[in-house]
Design a protein around this ligand. Structure first.
Ligand SMILES: [Zn+2]
Length: 180
């Protein structure tokens, strides 16, 4: 039955790779989500510069067999522009925003924005989720700062660096706290 046309047809059909992956993976339209920035590195630089807490930004590169990896901050330069990323077939399926609060070991845990590797995301939603994550991270970093960065005058009693809340009415630091 080597020449059975139905058998041959059936074999071809069940072996089709398109059964499992109906579409080629493609990035969210990042250029449309972040029209003021030409690359992940550019987006990170602007976010770092204009957000008080100086957040860290990461992009996760999707690879086969769970071999994906994160690119953070200045390492994002290696990815190139949004266009270059698409031309090179690099698929970015998650963005992270986090922050380290200097002087204490506290860290604002990362917020993750999943990006559908089959292009199913609305760029406006990705953009909104990203800037919300930046705002949240900055607020949390401020809270941690205010819980820990009080100066000697912030409390009447003894104060320990890294363990003194900022007193908003402190005449010494003006309620800003101090760099530890
Ligand atoms: Zn003070």
């Amino acid at each position: 039955m080597n020449h059975d046309p139905f058998r041959g047809y059936d074999q071809w059909k069940t072996a089709s790779p398109y059964d499992e992956y109906p579409n080629e993976p493609e990035n969210c339209d990042f250029a449309q989500a972040f029209p003021d920035y030409e690359s992940p590195a550019d987006l990170y630089r602007a976010t770092y510069k204009y957000t008080a807490c100086g957040p860290s930004v990461g992009f996760h590169e999707r690879r086969p067999d769970n071999a994906g990896r994160w690119h953070y901050c200045s390492d994002l330069l290696k990815l190139g522009t949004w266009d270059e990323i698409n031309e090179r077939g690099i698929i970015l399926d998650c963005i992270s925003v986090s922050s380290i609060v200097e002087g204490v070991d506290a860290e604002v845990e990362a917020t993750y924005i999943d990006c559908d590797p089959y292009g199913g995301d609305d760029p406006e939603i990705i953009s909104k989720d990203y800037w919300n994550a930046v705002e949240y991270t900055n607020e949390r970093a401020n809270e941690i700062w205010n819980e820990t960065h009080g100066c000697e005058t912030c409390t009447d009693g003894e104060s320990r660096p890294g363990d003194t809340p900022v007193n908003p009415d402190c005449p010494n630091c003006g309620g800003n706290g101090i760099v530890i």
